[in-house]
Every structure is written in structure tokens, then in C-alpha cells.
Design a protein around this ligand. Structure first.
Ligand code: SAH
Length: 512
């Protein structure tokens, strides 16, 4: 019976009278309805099922589900279907904490049991290393350790940026953009964020309502409040709120942008700050000026209007066996514009593994490429002779230097620039060397020039921290062809509920 139902185009699944006969010209069309068993999961979390060899991608379907789906877009060999009904739920399907998870683009796999999420991520990393990297399955079996999961895959994010807008009835709302759109779904209580988010957002929205302070309107470029950024130091308990507003820069004055909002905001600001100031942990309130008509959330001008300019957080070293805390940690000072890892608990595990993979004895010269605000660099500095950090954003390097000074670390030095330019220059022109190189590039991976220089510098060990296992696999192939061997690989889940996964790899130079 199952096979008969599986793959009946244009009919409802319970229309049992039709026996599907595919022939060789199988194709489907928009609005056809299929019953399909979801047998795999795609890189973006979509369910994948086959109907007589024809592939269907069904968003929101979970591996193991039997679903009814409607074709939205059909191609020659595959089609995209919309989940219409779950006929038999997968054994790994769970009730997600967030009721908006299907609309919001943020969490693609929240409806999957957490262990199944981890299994999927482990498989995804392994498959990329097999297919893109061309590594042997046997080798991967030997060097891949089990993925490091979270104790609680919810409420782990220390940072959230909520867009502010107006609904159809003209009510002020804050929430999330619905997947791939700029329509705001009102939700002040994201299941990944901290519990204080709700109180803070509701307090700001109520204040805006009371004083008729308008939300920014993307279509017209008018209105005032664009986004609300909230950050919490998990170790310190300190909270930072930054209102991104469409008013105040020189440009804004000239064009009159923000008219009809700023006066009310300024006049009532004290009252807002008083209310926000009472929230437990509130440490810093600022405004960030962004009058540009772009999708970029933050502007580059920030003014603190209450409390301190920065909040603190501490990153501790953890035992790499049981991940218990091992030291007092390093304190980071974070401003609204600083890049800072969003899942501090998993970051501690990741960096502790980086330290372990780096195998430092205290005598090494270490390079930390793509160093951001120097988090990994400072983490390694206590066990190395000298650390050099390289980062493209000048403000981040400024933060890195300040963070080094605050922690009394004097053996870390930072350079502003592209890794692929700074490294060759320092090596070829200044003769700088490396015992260990750590890289933590953005999704596109390392630049070829950077990898080539690394190979020329021939460090004893390379530690690669990656947020995209496809580019990781590509880069590892080049490093392995250039004389390195894979020693250890471990995925670390920094982003429960989503398809993203971090991977850390330890490579050793082969002595030829
Ligand atoms: N290691 C840091 C930051 C990692 S994110 C941490 O763990 O916190 C990647 C960083 O690479 C970002 O800070 C980004 O600004 C920087 N970056 C991007 N392209 C770069 C390049 N070509 N050269 C140097 N840094 C770059």
C-alpha cells in the first residue's frame, strides 16, 4: 500500500484509486500533491524525499516523517514542495519551543530532537570532508571525534538584534524577519535568546507607543527606531542595550531624516533610561546612528546615553574531557560594534580544544589569523612565547589590544589587514616565523595566498577553526597536499536549532 501511495501526482494521498505509473517521462508540475517519506536532510535543513527516483525538497519536513506536500517549483530532476501535512511524524520529531520557528528564518531544525540535530551536523561535516575534501572514510573514522553538544540547546545566545516596525493595524512591533523577507514577525521572546530580551523590548515598545516615537519604515526611509540590539555577558550578568536610530548624524540633519520622531525621543529619553536602568544587570544603554538606506543593521557612530560604554564577559578554559571550568578566565570588554562569539559556553569548549590541538609548551611563536577582538590569541598567549593576531577590521584590533592590556598580557601583538597580505609581508619581508598557526576565517574560508604562505612558513602544527565545513574541506585538501596530515577533527555545536556547525581541526606537519 505504501508504495502505491508514494508518488501520486496531482492527487490527494488518500485517493487510493490511483496507481501511479511513472514510465520514463516522469515529471511533476506546480500544485501537484505527493505523499513522500523523508529520508534525508539537506544542508539547509530541508527534508529530502524521493518519488520514483525524482527528488523532492520539503522545507520543515524532518528526516523520518511521512508527509503530504504540494509542489511549489518543479525542475527536470527535482522539485521544491511545501509541507502540507505530517501524516506519520518522525521518531525524532519534537515540539519546538518557539511557535514561530517555521516562519522565522533563524532556526531551520528546531523540530528535530537535539541528538538528531547533532547526528545531522556530524554527518554534514564528515560528508563535506569526504566529498569536497576527498579524504578517505577510514582516515576520517580514525581522526573524527564525537561532536560536542550543548547542555541546553535553547537560550544560549548572548546577543540578539530585533528589527522594529509597525504591523498592519499600526501597532509597534519588534521581532524577527520572516525567512528571506523583511516582514517582521512580532516575537519578543526568541527561544535562543536570554530571558531579559522580552522585558527590555516590551519596555522600549511601550515607551515608543506612549510618546509617539515612530519605528523606522524601510520603504520610505522615515521614522526613528530601526533595530534594538541586546547583549548580555553570561559570566558578568551585565546587559547592554543599543537602539539603532535613523537620526542624528550630520547627514541626517541635512536631509531631515528622522523628522517627526527625534524630538519626542530626546524629550522622553530620561524616562526610558530610568525604566531600563531598573532592569537587573543593565549596564550600558547607547544609540547607534544609522541613516543609510541599507540592510546593514549597525551604523558606525555609537553614543552611550546611560551607564558604561562596554560590558564585560569572561572566557574560561575548560577541561577537554568533561568541559568543567579550569581557570579564572580572560575578561573581554565588548562594545555594541564589537564582534564577539554569540554562544559563550560552547566558545569556551571550542577555544579549549584549540589550545589542546595547538599543543603549546610555552616556547612557541603562534599566529592567530582572522583574530577578531583577539579572543583566541589571548586565550593562547598564556601558553605561548609570542602570539601575533591578524584582523581586517581596525576597531576589532583596537579592542584586541585593549583586551590584552586589561588582562596584563604583553606577549600578544596585533596587525590590521588582510591575512593574505599581512602574513606574506611579515614572513617574506620581515622573516617572521611560526611554530603554530591558528586560523578562524569567515564562511568563505582562507584565501589561497594565505594558505600558500602558511605552507611556506611550515609551522609544526596548524589549527583550523571553521564555521563552514565545505570551505574547510577545500582548504584542508590544499594543506594536506602541501605536506600536512589530519590529526584530529571535532565538530562543536555553537548554534542549536540551526543547521550551522563549527569544526575544529588539528594538522601536523609531515616531515619529508
Ligand atoms: N577568531 C575570532 C573571530 C572569528 S570571525 C573569534 O573567535 O572571535 C572571522 C574574523 O575574520 C572576523 O573578525 C572578520 O572581520 C575577519 N576577517 C574577514 N576577512 C579577513 C581577512 N581577509 N583577513 C583578516 N581578517 C579577516
Amino acid at each position: 500500500m505504501e508504495d502505491r501511495l508514494n508518488g501520486v501526482p496531482g492527487r490527494d494521498y488518500d485517493d487510493k484509486s490511483v496507481v501511479f505509473d511513472r514510465g520514463d517521462n516522469f515529471h511533476c508540475e506546480k500544485n501537484d500533491v505527493f505523499t513522500v517519506k523523508i529520508e534525508d536532510i539537506g544542508n539547509d535543513g530541508e527534508g529530502i524525499g524521493k518519488v520514483n527516483g525524482y527528488t523532492l525538497f520539503v522545507k520543515d519536513a524532518v528526516i523520518g516523517d511521512r508527509v503530504r506536500c504540494k509542489i511549489m517549483k518543479a525542475k527536470e530532476h527535482y522539485a521544491y514542495g511545501k509541507l502540507e501535512e505530517i501524516l506519520v511524524p518522525s521518531p525524532v520529531r519534537v515540539e519546538p519551543l518557539c511557535k514561530y520557528h517555521r516562519q522565522c528564518g533563524g532556526c531551520q531544525i528546531q523540530a528535530m530532537d537535539y541528538q538528531a540535530q547533532l547526528d545531522f551536523k556530524q554527518r554534514k561535516v564528515k560528508n563535506n570532508l569526504l566529498r569536497i575534501g576527498g579524504f578517505d572514510e577510514e582516515l576520517l573514522e580514525q581522526v573524527m571525534e564525537p561532536i560536542v553538544g550543548m547542555e541546553n540547546p535553547y537560550h544560549y545566545r548572548n546577543k540578539a538584534q530585533f528589527p522594529v516596525g509597525t504591523d498592519r493595524e499600526g501597532k509597534l512591533i519588534a521581532g524577527f524577519y520572516a525567512g528571506r523577507t523583511h516582514d517582521i514577525i512580532p516575537n519578543t521572546d526568541c527561544a535562543l535568546g536570554v530571558e531579559e530580551n522580552k522585558e527590555i523590548l516590551e519596555c522600549i515598545l511601550a515607551h515608543m507607543e506612549k510618546y509617539h516615537i515612530p519605528a523606522y519604515d524601510e520603504k520610505t526611509g522615515t521614522g526613528l527606531v530601526r533595530h534594538i540590539l541586546i547583549r548580555k555577558g553570561f559570566a558578568s550578568g551585565e546587559i547592554m542595550v543599543c537602539l539603532v536610530i535613523n537620526y542624528g548624524s550630520k547627514k541626517g540633519h541635512k536631509t531631515g531624516i528622522g523628522k517627526g520622531g527625534n524630538r519626542e525621543f530626546l524629550a522622553s529619553q530620561k524616562e526610558l533610561l530610568k525604566t531600563l536602568g531598573k532592569i537587573h544587570g543593565m549596564t550600558s544603554v547607547s544609540v547607534c546612528i544609522n541613516t543609510e538606506r541599507t540592510n546593514v543593521i549597525m551604523g558606525d557612530e555609537v553614543h552611550t546615553i546611560w551607564g558604561k560604554e562596554k560590558i564585560c564577559d569572561t572566557i574560561h578554559r575548560r577541561d577537554v574531557e568533561d568541559f568543567s571550568l579550569m581557570d579564572e578566565g580572560i575578561v573581554f570588554h565588548i562594545s555594541p560594534l564589537s564582534f564577539y562569539q554569540v554562544n559563550p559556553v560552547q566558545t569556551e569548549k571550542l577555544y579549549s580544544l584549540a589550545l589542546e590541538y595547538a599543543g603549546l609548551s610555552g616556547k612557541e611563536t603562534v599566529w592567530d589569523l582572522y583574530c577578531g577582538i583577539g579572543t583566541i590569541s589571548l586565550f593562547l598567549a598564556g601558553k605561548a612565547e609570542h602570539v601575533y593576531g591578524v584582523e581586517i577590521i581596525p576597531q576589532a584590533v583596537q579592542d584586541a589590544r585593549e583586551n590584552a592590556a586589561w588582562n596584563g598580557i604583553d606577549n600578544a601583538e596585533f596587525f590590521v589587514g588582510k591575512a593574505e597580505e599581512v602574513l606574506p609581508e611579515k614572513y617574506e619581508k620581515e622573516g617572521k616565523r611560526a611554530d603554530v598557526i591558528v586560523v578562524d576565517p569567515p564562511r568563505k574560508g582562507c584565501d589561497r595566498e594565505c594558505l600558500e604562505t602558511m605552507l611556506k612558513m611550515r609551522p609544526e602544527r596548524i589549527v583550523y577553526v571553521s564555521c563552514d565545513s565545505a570551505t574547510l574541506a577545500r582548504d584542508l585538501r590544499m594543506l594536506c597536499d602541501g605536506g600536512y596530515e589530519l590529526k584530529r577533527i571535532r565538530a562543536v555545536d555553537q548554534f542549536g536549532g540551526t543547521v550551522h556547525v563549527e569544526t575544529i581541526v588539528g594538522l601536523q606537519r609531515r616531515d619529508m
